[in-house]
Write a protein of this length. Structure first.
Length: 648
């Protein structure tokens, strides 16, 4: 038995800076589709993804939320893993840069590069973009801002270690210009002209201004800065310089790294330089794609479109979303997104195209033959062209998979789907069915359609892994029929194949109605955002107090013994409360929300050392804690605590 050929494909590790949107999905879904296709071809696939969890931005976000950086990234990682599961992403390994084995690898790599003389200590002074975690020279800025994200940069000056880039400049230029390492090749000129020709600057690889990172083993003031940490994941995940795994010799060098254009520079220049310094083989290919954009801007949840993949997937199915983003993105170019473009694509390709082909064919087999085809056959016009088109498909798809041009692979498949729908119109089975002497011809036409569906569904299963097995089941294709090996053969299904009608694979969407509903979702999201912004303003507008001031406030549990309305005061209730020592009276403005019966016997939190004040003739000795919830006021009850208990 021959051993399977290894195949290693990676996404970048994602920076867990918030909830994912549809723009996060492309790279991972694309790599998943390629990995599935390679497995179908018989490769031993390793598909890696993960999260990049260190850095100043994470430290800042965690502080804002009042949690540790690890607690913060743990929650975001749960969301990303949930998304990949929802989108049917079948990765083989998930790496986190907080994993112990990765930390061990990074520290060893840093020390080796230092011992070889490629890393030295110096001082950094220049421009820094916190969101991108990138240092820039003045000449690299665009209108004084970060050239990658367009945000403001800050002056930074601190002691740091640097990685020498100049020794690798010539080799990297040849890598980019004389090999097919970078795809598409047009990106190479941009990188050479912007970064290599002006002279590669040494790379800052440590920081002292924050602590959330991997410590430098021989200088604990420093943490290892993002790119040596992040880029090393591709080999640490295989067990390089750690004992967690033992796959490095098998899978390295990687067959494909796939990244978006904003991190192309790091993977096309810095990562090869690191590998050259370590005397390791370089990856075979770096595939660079554009952004999913909205109105020409990089996708963002704040740009007025429903871009939550959970929302879209629940409405249309994860496979439909996978198909849309893969079909729209040409390698190297941006892809414009709107809900209307997406719905029209689902309707045209999936509902009217593939889904209609399956439902029409299965329905005709059931109508004319009771669900099972007879074995007699009779050829005719148009058969050879359909068969030739279908059997040539696999070779074309293979070629585009090799080039990581998934949109072209899908376009080829749907050319065959269109050809099959046209074949129905050309042969007109409903006309043939009227002639009892043409049963063999009718069976041939329907069989040819079933075989074409089998071939296209088999190849599409890498891209739409949930829906295609349903299509194959409807046309009566067994598991052995729907294999890669049979995807360029015709006549694989049994001549007496039996179909099984099922639900519509891709129901047609009412565009106007759907856009109206999506717009309502957008407006609801905007209201939530407005509420969040208002709350943020309120919280940030509150004057800060010191711990000494806070300690002056005495909070105690108290029990409400009696309660009655206060005459001439519609909003006030007179509460008689027991604070654990004595009873006192408190006037509280909660009459609109509570009756005396709601309160008597309940235990509340009392500000016990508030100076007494007269309210509508009642001496109020304290204040009870309550929260404002929209238009309502809700008292905070602590019924399981004893009166007099101190809240601290």
């Amino acid at each position: 038995m021959c051993q399977k050929k290894p195949y290693y494909i990676t996404t970048p590790i994602y920076y867990p800076s918030g909830n994912p949107h549809i723009g996060h999905c492309y790279t991972t879904v694309a790599c998943d589709s390629i990995a599935r296709y390679r497995r179908m071809q018989g490769y031993d696939v390793m598909f890696l993804t993960g999260t990049d969890e260190h850095g100043l931005k994470i430290e800042q976000k965690a502080a804002e939320k009042g949690v540790t950086p690890k607690e913060y990234v743990d929650e975001v990682v749960k969301t990303f893993k949930s998304l990949w599961n929802f989108m049917n992403v079948d990765y083989d390994r998930y790496i986190r840069t907080t994993d112990d084995y990765h930390i061990k690898t990074v520290q060893k790599i840093f020390k080796e590069l230092y011992d070889k003389g490629y890393i030295y200590k110096g001082e950094y002074s220049g421009k820094y973009c916190t969101p991108c975690e990138s240092f820039w020279t003045e000449s690299q800025l665009v209108d004084g801002k970060c050239p990658d994200c367009g945000r403001e940069v800050t002056e930074a000056k601190e002691e740091a270690y640097f990685f020498k880039m100049a020794p690798f400049a010539d080799r990297i230029e040849k890598l980019l210009t004389e090999t097919d390492y970078l795809q598409p090749k047009t990106r190479a000129t941009e990188l050479v002209n912007n970064f290599i020709k002006p002279g590669l600057e040494d790379l800052c690889v440590s920081r002292t201004s924050f602590k959330w990172g991997i410590p430098v083993t021989f200088d604990d003031k420093h943490v290892i800065y993002v790119w040596i940490d992040a880029l090393s994941n591709y080999i640490s995940a295989l067990g390089f310089y750690n004992d967690a795994y033992n796959d490095f010799d098998k899978f390295w060098p990687a067959d494909v790294h796939m990244v978006a254009k904003d991190i192309m520079r790091f993977h096309a220049i810095i990562w090869p330089a690191m590998l050259m310094a370590l005397d390791l083989p370089l990856p075979k290919h770096l595939a660079v794609h554009g952004w999913i954009t909205f109105n020409g801007q990089k996708m963002s949840k704040s740009l007025g479109n429903v871009v939550d993949p959970f929302v879209l997937g629940k409405r249309y199915g994860a496979d439909a979303i996978r198909y849309h983003i893969l079909r729209e993105m040409a390698l190297g170019a941006d892809s414009s997104f709107s809900n209307e473009i997406m719905i029209n694509r689902i309707n045209s390709d999936l509902a009217n195209g593939f889904g209609n082909l399956v439902s029409r064919t299965v329905a005709m087999v059931e109508k004319y033959f009771g669900g099972t085809l007879p074995t007699e056959r009779e050829g005719g016009e148009f058969d050879d062209d359909l068969i030739a088109t279908a059997t040539a498909l696999k070779s074309s798809v293979d070629d585009f998979i090799d080039k990581t041009q998934l949109n072209n692979a899908l376009a080829e498949i749907f050319k065959v789907v269109s050809r099959a729908n046209k074949y129905i119109d050309e042969t007109a089975p409903w006309v043939i069915a009227k002639d009892e002497t043409k049963k063999a011809r009718l069976a041939t036409v329907l069989y040819n359609l079933l075989e074409t569906i089998r071939i296209t569904a088999t190849l599409l299963s890498a891209f739409m892994p949930t829906t295609m097995p349903k299509a194959l089941e409807q046309i009566g294709a067994c598991e052995k029929c729907a294999t890669y090996e049979n995807a360029d053969k015709f006549g694989v299904l049994p001549l007496d194949v039996t179909v099984k009608k099922g639900e519509a694979l891709f129901p047609r969407i009412d565009v106007e109605k759907e856009i109206e509903e999506l717009n309502a979702i957008i407006k609801n999201n905007e209201k939530v955002d407005e509420k969040t912004e208002k709350l943020k303003e309120e919280i940030e507008g509150v004057a800060q107090i010191g711990i000494d001031d806070f300690c002056k406030v005495d909070l105690r549990v108290a029990e409400i013994k009696a309660c009655e309305p206060i005459k001439k005061a519609k909003k006030l209730l007179k509460l008689t409360i027991f604070d654990g020592v004595k009873e006192r009276t408190v006037a509280s403005g909660i009459a609109k929300f509570y009756t005396p019966d709601d309160l008597i016997g309940r235990k509340i939190i009392l500000v016990s050392n508030l100076k007494p004040a007269k309210l509508c003739g009642v001496e109020s000795c304290g204040m009870i804690l309550a929260a404002t919830c929209g238009e309502e006021i809700k008292v905070i009850f602590v019924d399981d605590m004893e009166p007099g208990s101190k809240i601290s």
